[in-house]
Design a protein around this ligand. Structure first.
Ligand code: ADP
Length: 440
């Protein structure tokens, strides 16, 4: 049986059960109330009858005495038990005189009988309450008749509410099986009318959105990766074919082998970067954080990179604050900084200027790499940290578009932040800020 039916059934059975209890309580209370009212009516009618009767020396006068008044019978008997006034009531025939009021049970009915002795005769007032009579004369009769209708209405109402509440869940099941069947992550749950349903569909849709985006990114990533790997492979193959065709010419063969070695280096770098990014995505990348002097690290990187920059005819300057200690993975930070300086060198203009600095700013140690190179447009600045993004795709060499994506990942893993400020044609400033723990 479906959960919906189970809930409605349980709820209806409970309503029935509660109604039965309420009615039983009503009956018990109304029974005792009716009996009390009856006893009062019988007593009142008896005293009214006593005052309506009068007699003279010869006979008894009944005046305007009624045999039956508002459910109460009035009878008058002579002192030897002969009926003088009133209807013949077979049930009371065998009930003898007894002064005062009694409640008697006679053939399934409850009787209230009250006798009052006068001189030479006695008056009896009596009223009967049968179970059936009580039932139909009860004030609760409309309620009793309405009860089944109320149960039906409440069961139907419950069913509609349950059906409506379950709709988002059914929607979810259908959408999930559609996705499972067709792998279509574009599907979304329709918005529900209930608050809970809306919350469910919103979070499910948000989850689908994230999954969809991450699958698309994943796909883009593997497409880009295969594309990037295809180029060096094609070059290697072409160089091999060329080397074979000129196998007698040692110089040409050497040239081809050099080209192959260069492309192999490029592929190695690319594959290492891919591996690192994929490990970081899977969360299996190993981070070895320790306290170290970022000032010392940056000084030695600056020394090394200064040579490379100057070899390319660029001017290189550094301003490094001493004694700043951070807690991070020094290998990763080294790779990130080298990447930023590498880019500054690669995208500089002729005789360009590169400046690197380290200083504290609030709780952060801020590494800044500034160049006066080609710069990046505002549009491209939003995408340069994306994997495989390159402003100028035709520019190959050692670039793969993975460098800044890796810098961003390293920043994330080390609780740091990487930002760019740039304007096209007049250079860029990359800052890498990470919290420091000590400064001398
Ligand atoms: P790449 O291997 O292409 O350098 P990156 O991820 O390091 O990949 O950089 C992405 C793109 O951002 C580069 O292709 C380049 O267009 C742009 N870029 C990065 N650094 C700079 C810079 N200092 N000046 C100008 N453009 C830059």
């Amino acid at each position: 049986m479906s959960l919906k039916k189970q809930i409605v059934l349980w709820y209806t059975v409970w309503t029935l059960f509660l109604m039965a209890i309420i009615f039983l309580m009503f009956f018990a209370v109304s029974d005792s109330l009716s009996l009390r009212a009856m006893r009062h009516d019988v007593e009142e009618t008896l005293s009214d009858a006593a005052s309506a009767l009068y007699r003279d020396d010869k006979r008894l006068y009944f005046g305007n005495l009624d045999e039956y008044d508002d459910g109460v019978y009035v009878l008058v008997y002579s002192s030897d038990g002969k009926k003088m006034f009133g209807r013949e009531l077979p049930s009371l025939k065998s009930v003898g005189y007894q002064e005062g009021q009694r409640v008697l049970s006679i053939s399934g009915a409850t009787w209230v009988v009250s006798d009052m002795m006068m001189t030479g005769f006695y008056i009896r007032s009596a009223s009967m309450m049968s179970d059936l009579y009580t039932f139909f004369s009860s004030d609760y009769l409309p309620l009793i008749l309405l009860a089944p209708l109320m149960v039906v209405v409440s069961a139907l109402g419950g069913y509609f509410i349950v059906r409506r509440s379950f709709r988002p869940l059914e929607d979810l099941i259908n959408t999930a099986s559609d996705i499972a069947g067709g792998n279509d992550l574009d599907k979304r749950l329709s918005s529900s009318k209930t608050e809970e349903g809306r919350a469910l569909s919103d979070s499910f849709n948000a989850m689908l959105g994230r999954l969809d985006e991450s699958f698309k990114r994943e796909k883009e990533f593997s497409d880009d990766a295969s594309h990037e790997l295809r180029t060096p492979l094609a070059v290697i193959r072409a160089e091999c074919e060329y080397a074979l065709s000129v196998s007698d010419d040692k110089n040409e063969v050497e040239g081809a082998l050099n080209a192959i070695a260069k492309e192999t280096d490029r592929m190695t770098r690319l594959v290492s970067a891919l591996l690192e990014i994929s490990r970081s995505d899977k969360g299996t990348i190993r981070i070895r954080k320790r306290d170290f002097s970022i000032s010392d690290l940056l000084s030695s990187i600056a020394e090394e990179m200064c040579e490379i920059a100057e070899d390319k005819g660029l001017s290189f300057s550094s301003s490094i604050e001493d004694g700043i200690i951070v807690h991070a993975d020094d290998d990763m930070i080294t790779r990130a900084v080298i990447n930023l300086i590498d880019n500054a060198i690669s995208y500089s203009k002729e005789n360009g200027k590169i400046e690197i600095s380290l200083k504290t700013d609030g709780p952060d140690a801020v590494i800044a790499v500034r160049d006066d190179g080609i710069g990046i447009s505002a549009d491209d600045q939003r995408r340069i940290f994306d994997r495989f993004f390159q402003v100028d795709k035709s520019r190959k060499g050692s670039s793969s578009g993975l460098g800044l994506a890796m810098v961003k990942e390293i920043a994330r893993l080390n609780g740091a932040k990487v930002e760019v400020e740039s304007s096209l044609g007049s250079g860029s400033l990359f800052t890498f800020s990470l919290p420091f723990i000590e400064e001398n």
